[in-house]
Design a protein around this ligand. Structure first.
Ligand code: KIV
Ligand code: ZN
Length: 553
């Protein structure tokens, strides 16, 4: 990079729009969506899709609810042409879906495009030519008037061929390519000239697609350009204003959202933002952004995992783990405080009868995308006790007492830290089991029996301590107190039970119980223990021994 970028790069000139309205508007409805996955997305793939991959992705797009789909550039190659014919002749286009085809303003290409459309019920013919100063100067060496002429001539060539598509309801779409890098006055002039040739009506509107072909400015500038264009277009009622943003500065989604505030009606984009360079607009993000504000987007991503599977297989692209809404990690919290807040938020949401969503750190309910709650939290060395406890409870029904969480949380984190990776719920349970449930040394239980009533219990127990067998008996106001008494008489360090809790684990005939016990030793220190057994009394006895074994270790 250079020390004085102003010597190499220029600031982008603002649009003169002192009375701009878009900053104070809010979005209240979804736009018309058009997927350009099979054209703009496809042209940017290292290996473009073959006909069967395009067919599979087309069907996935239809399932998502797209009613307008740019299916290709039929004049560009035989594959593209054949794909069109397969769609039309195979009756693969649902009645409520309109296919769109792209073509340059060249007569031979328009001819081939029209040929590819014969037999379609409805189609959008999308013609474009470049209008920006850089393209005029560097690529074409043409004046503004030449650019206008190219656009008008192309429009006329398409109009002349409409009788060949007598059975097809044709909509015309025009794009001044690189609109956002074109002087707004000139972009308008070209579009007006095209409108003059096509003669749209309010009933049969033209689509004017205003591409941010290369994102060259901040999204507010694009919004100004769109608002300026909408205000100055002579026959606004005869046009559908369409946005087509790319993501070169990383603000393609923002540019589209602000462009909608500025008055646009329609949005072109691709699934997960596939497309040239940094990609096209990610329609999934814009649709889900509307959804999280309570606006029905008109697109359905309820099974986003299945969609990702088709998308990745057909395009060969992968979804980054932090891709908004779709990435593998977007419903995962690593930080303990986030996990704790999510846990509380989910509990409140359940408690309040699943009404309005307001769970910290989760913009939407993962279930709305077909994602699982269990994906919400995973444990790594940074996870707090709340996350650890949540996972044990949500996955295995282990309801650790709060104070025990304070002991086990750091223990689990240390183990995870040593492993140097995050752990699954099952691994976490294994850590818990090793730490508490499988603590059978030095003292292991061979036999326990207690009986009594009205606060007086006697017990007999047989324990193993290495090779030795200890035969014990004791008494107390309950079976556990009797055991503690018996242990003390046998020379095991004296202790008292400071906390006790038990609950069922699972249900039915196979159900077992888990007991959590905290003991206090003579020096005032405490230890937690836990035991599992089909008999609740034995679960408690094992929990006492688990705590003692941890103290003796
Ligand atoms: O980005 C762009 O300008 C395009 C046009 C062909 C609409 O894809
Ligand atoms: Zn594009």
């Amino acid at each position: 990079m250079i020390a004085h970028p102003n010597e190499k790069y220029r600031p982008f000139p603002p649009v003169a729009l002192p009375d701009r309205q878009w900053p104070s508007r809010v979005l209240t409805q979804a736009p018309i969506w058009c997927s350009v996955d099979l054209r703009d997305g496809n042209q940017a793939l290292a290996v473009p899709m073959n006909v069967s991959q395009k067919l599979e992705l087309f069907e996935a797009l239809v399932r998502c609810g797209f009613k307008e789909i740019e299916v290709g550039f039929p004049a560009a190659s035989n594959t593209e042409f054949e794909f069109m014919r397969r769609l039309i002749e195979g009756n693969r286009i649902p009645d409520d879906v309109t296919i769109q085809v792209l073509v340059q303003a060249r007569e031979d290409l328009i001819e081939r495009t029209v040929e590819s459309l014969v037999g379609a019920k409805r189609a959008i013919i999308h013609m474009y030519n470049s209008t920006s100063p850089a393209q005029r100067r560097v690529v074409f060496g043409l004046e503004k008037s030449d650019i206008v002429r190219i656009a008008q001539r192309g429009t006329q060539w398409i109009k002349d061929r409409l009788p060949r598509l007598a059975g097809t309801e044709v909509t015309f779409q025009y794009s001044p390519e690189s609109f956002s890098a074109t002087e707004v006055e000139f972009a308008l002039e070209v579009c007006e000239a095209v409108v003059d040739v096509w003669q749209p009506t309010p009933e049969n509107r033209i689509i004017l697609n205003l591409p941010d072909t290369v994102e060259v400015a901040m999204p507010n500038v694009y919004a100004d350009q769109i608002e300026w264009f909408c205000k100055n277009l002579r026959r606004r009622d005869c046009a559908i204003i369409s946005l087509h943003t790319h993501n070169d500065r990383g603000t393609g989604v923002a540019a589209t959202e602000l462009g909608l505030l500025a008055g646009a009606d329609r949005v072109e984009g691709t699934l997960f933002g596939n497309g040239e360079r940094t990609g096209n607009l990610d329609v999934v993000t814009v649709a889900m952004n509307l959804y999280m504000h309570g606006i029905a987007p008109g697109l359905d991503f309820s099974d986003v995992n299945a969609l990702i599977e088709v998308y990745e297989r057909c395009t060969g692209m992968t979804i980054p783990p932090r891709q908004p809404y779709a990435g593998e990690l977007v419903f995962t919290a690593f930080s303990g405080s986030h996990q704790d807040a999510i846990k509380k938020g989910l509990a409140e949401w359940e408690q309040k009868g699943r009404t309005h969503w307001d769970v910290p750190y989760l913009t939407i309910d993962p279930a709305d995308l077909g994602r699982q709650y269990r994906e919400v939290i995973r444990v790594n060395s940074q996870s707090g006790k709340g996350g650890v406890a949540y996972l044990l409870e949500s996955e295995f029904g282990i309801e650790l007492p709060k104070e025990m969480q304070r002991e086990f949380g750091p223990l689990a984190n240390d183990t995870v830290d040593r492993l140097g990776r995050e752990v699954s719920a099952t691994e976490l349970k294994d850590i818990f089991w090793r730490e508490y449930i499988e603590r059978t040394a030095p003292l292991s239980l061979e036999h326990f029996h207690a009986e009594g009533r009205a606060g007086v219990f006697r017990c007999e127990a047989r324990l193993k301590r290495g090779a030795d067998t200890l035969e014990l008996n004791g008494e107390g106001n309950g079976p556990i107190a009797a055991l503690v008494n018996a242990l003390g008489k046998a020379g095991v360090p004296p202790c008292e039970v400071a906390y006790y809790r038990e609950h069922a684990l699972g249900s039915g005939a196979e159900a077992s119980a888990i007991a959590y016990i905290q003991i206090r030793l003579a020096d005032g220190s405490t230890r937690w223990g836990a035991g599992v057994d089909t008999h609740i009394e034995l679960a408690s006895v094992k929990a006492v021994l688990s705590a003692l074994n941890r103290a003796l270790a």
